[in-house]
Design a protein around this ligand. Sequence first.
Ligand code: NAP
Length: 250
Amino acid sequence: MAKMYLSGKVGVVTGASRGIGRAVAKALAASGADVMINYVSRAEDALAVAAEIESMGRRAVLFQADVSRPDEANNLIENALSSFGRLDILVNNAGITRDALLLRMKDEDWDAVVNVNLRGAFNCTRAAARPMVKARWGRIINISSVIGLMGNAGQANYAAAKAGLIGFTKAAARELGPRNITVNAVAPGFIRTEMTAGLPEGVKERLSERIILGRLGEPEEVAEVVVFLAGDAARYITGQVLSVDGGMVL
Ligand code: NAP
């Protein structure tokens, strides 16, 4: 059989039970990687993703962890290493929104969004960088958002976390590049998942009007870009933000 793009690699995908993370986990597996599926609450959904991956002939291991908690993020990475014996790719995808206009935003809404989207990526990257440095190879891909580039009324917490993730990506790329580890961000636009299904109609309309390609994106369209960044074709790309948004932000 011909060698696949990610043959022999192992990836950890945070928040892989549904939406973009699920599509990324499946796309990594379809390209030949074994995958650690992280989730926080929806065990059944995560189990279904693992079953789909195993039906492709790849290994999938489930791990429940709240990535905003450093101890749980450390356990996630340690478990990936002990299950698979290596770790090549980390996709920091876990994310939440808690929308409110900033005058009404509660402290806990700010903290929850920053802690999962930004602190979670730091927690997992710090843990995963160690084995990657040792192996002199690694790919870290952070799922940011166009909202981190352009802002959005009602999402000050989310915009700050996603913009912070871009700064984090660039700093980590500088630190880890000399060890042959690339760190990039993907900034999806308006993608059809549960996260966007819950948006008020007015907001959906306002965002849709900005999409040059005239339609929402699918999780698989983000996943294909993540696979590209995870493999050899992207070996000379680091510290970049790749928008996958149908031309929403130019
Ligand atoms: P989603 O459908 O709401 O799925 C969120 C995923 O994150 C679920 O797997 C969830 O696990 C997991 N998760 C939430 N909190 C977690 C925590 N503390 N620890 C570990 N996992 C956690 O979201 P999505 O639309 O696929 O979004 C995925 C990523 O893309 C997010 O970072 C989001 O900000 C970003 N993004 C999305 C869009 C979009 O249009 N959809 C656009 C730009 C960026 P459980 O199922 O176990 O709860």
